[in-house]
Design a protein around this ligand. Structure first.
Ligand SMILES: [Zn+2]
Length: 112
């Protein structure tokens, strides 16, 4: 098996350049948005489409606005809680540990 010659046979860049047929003639406008973390994004919109006031920052996912000096405040996100965290919240720590031990015991029992 001559592995080197096979690679040499492939031509690079010989194919016809195919540009996607899009209505590039349609006027577009670029709008700059800033998120609360200072990320800048510049999506472009068709001129006949109303520009959204908010845009999701592609870097961090926070809402971004068109006013750099006062970006929209990020929504209060609930930190992800595990089921155990909820259990611990409702009960005392000791109870939570007992429940955890019980759950682990059940897991072990299922494995056998
Ligand atoms: Zn961002």
């Amino acid at each position: 098996m001559a592995s080197g010659s096979a690679i040499r046979g492939t031509r690079v860049g010989s194919g016809p350049m195919r540009l996607p047929e899009r209505g590039e003639q349609a006027p577009r406008r670029t709008v700059t948005y800033w998120c609360a973390k200072g990320h800048e994004t510049e999506p472009s919109f068709a001129a006949d489409v109303p520009v959204p006031t908010l845009w999701d920052c592609p870097r961090c996912g926070l809402p971004a606005g068109q006013d750099q000096s006062s970006p929209p405040t990020p929504p209060r996100t609930e930190p992800y809680k595990t089921h155990l965290a909820y259990v611990k919240e409702r009960r005392s720590d000791a109870d939570g540990e007992a429940i955890l031990a019980e759950a682990l015991a059940r897991l072990h029992a299922r494995r056998n």
